[in-house]
Write a protein that binds this ligand. Structure first.
Ligand code: TXA
Ligand code: MG
Length: 343
């Protein structure tokens, strides 16, 4: 495995060229995007795609996102409806992925055999340069082992995938820290599959009303037909995590009285004294950015349980709650009795 460092704003040519060479011969490359680190293959390479699934330990029915450098390239991959193209001209490049009808040109391994394809144009100079130099789209999921929190630094990638990737490009910590917003525009109204940095409120300004199913809030497990990958466990630390909808201090004290060592993940000033405290941030963007690092840190503390106060599901709060629910394996306590069930 080759580890290459480069400036995320002005990536070095030799680093980009090395990545392109590896992708051309069916290899796989981990690199930052503005959301999280991705594990990339040439989108037309069956061999590279199989390596991605193997390295991640990802179930084969969970398709990858195809990353392009322009709307024109997206149109070679799938059918972009006219009204959607108009929106994408305004919001790309950026953390928004659209599910459209596939043209069947990428590897069937990438789309998991579906007749739709998820496409996005990342707003990060490293993947942008790779796609441009390769002259073709690259496909990839987040560069973590399946079920683990997504990586927001190269160190997280190496923690999960050391020795299983040909090249890791270290371009520093990622900007948003949570994965892109995914919206299925083959549906009317458009259906939110995964909330992300681009919020529902912003989406509605461009697309008009959109549907937010329970799965997008992280509440229900997805129906296989609706969103293939989302039935799987995600983002989970090994330490049990509980989302608390009542007084955080009371929750912590109750758990400690039972002899448990407790860590609190503090967000937006909602904190309590405990055996350990992880500060995620006082501002929504900061909390999103630190979320996965905090979940990884939780496992290093050697505590019995982590608790976090529920956030209001508006704006980025919806995105963060979606990830927290999955990380918590849906352990959510609305009152003391609810909490006691998990202790
Ligand atoms: O920000 C991101 O989106 C990052 C970076 C690397 O771009 N990527 C990422 O990929 O989060 P991944 O594989 O962890 O999540 C992709 C999700 C999966 O849950 C999958 O189910 C969904 O996209 N997806 C892909 N193709 C789809 C399709 N045709 N229909 C519905 N969902 C699809
Ligand atoms: Mg992922």
């Amino acid at each position: 495995m080759l580890l290459l460092r480069t400036d995320p704003v002005a990536p070095a040519y030799d680093v980009i060229n090395k990545a392109v060479e590896v992708l051309r011969r069916g290899g796989i490359v981990a690199a930052p995007t503005e959301t999280v680190y991705g594990l990339f293959t040439h989108a037309q390479s069956d061999e590279g795609c199989l390596k991605v699934f193997k390295a991640k330990g990802r179930p084969p029915d969970n398709p990858l996102i195809v990353h392009v450098d322009s709307l024109e390239m997206a149109e070679t991959v799938g059918h972009v409806p006219k009204d959607v193209a108009e929106v994408l001209r305004q919001v790309w490049p950026g953390p928004i992925t659209v599910v459209i009808k596939s043209r069947g040109v990428v590897s069937p391994c990438v789309t998991a055999g579906l007749d739709t394809v998820a496409v996005r144009a990342p707003a990060h100079p490293i993947p942008q340069a790779i796609i441009r130099e390769l002259g073709a789209p690259i496909a990839g999921p987040s560069a973590n082992k399946a079920g683990r929190p997504s990586p927001t630094t190269a160190a997280h990638v190496i923690e999960d995938l050391d020795g299983e990737v040909d090249v890791v490009i270290d371009g520093g910590p990622t900007f948003f820290g949570v994965e892109s917003t995914i919206i299925d525009v083959t549906k009317k109204p458009p259906l939110l599959l995964r909330p992300g940095p681009f919020t529902v409120e912003e989406l509605e300004r461009f697309f008009g009303p959109i549907e937010v199913p329970p799965v997008a809030r992280g509440l229900a497990e997805a129906d296989v037909a609706l969103v293939p990958g989302m039935k799987y466990r995600h983002y989970a630390p090994n330490t049990p995590l509980i989302i608390v909808h009542f007084d955080l201090r009371e929750a912590v004290e109750t758990a400690r009285r039972r002899g448990l060592r407790v860590a609190v993940l503090c967000a937006l000033g909602r904190c309590a004294e405990a055996d350990a405290v992880i500060h995620m941030g006082d501002e929504m963007y900061e909390v999103a950015k630190n979320l996965y690092k905090s979940l990884r840190d939780l496992d290093r503390l050697g505590v019995d349980v982590g608790v976090v106060a529920a956030l209001e599901e508006r704006g980025l709060g919806l995105t963060i709650m979606n990830r927290l629910r999955k990380a918590a394996g849906h352990r959510e306590a609305y009152n003391l009795e609810g909490l006691l069930r998990y202790l």
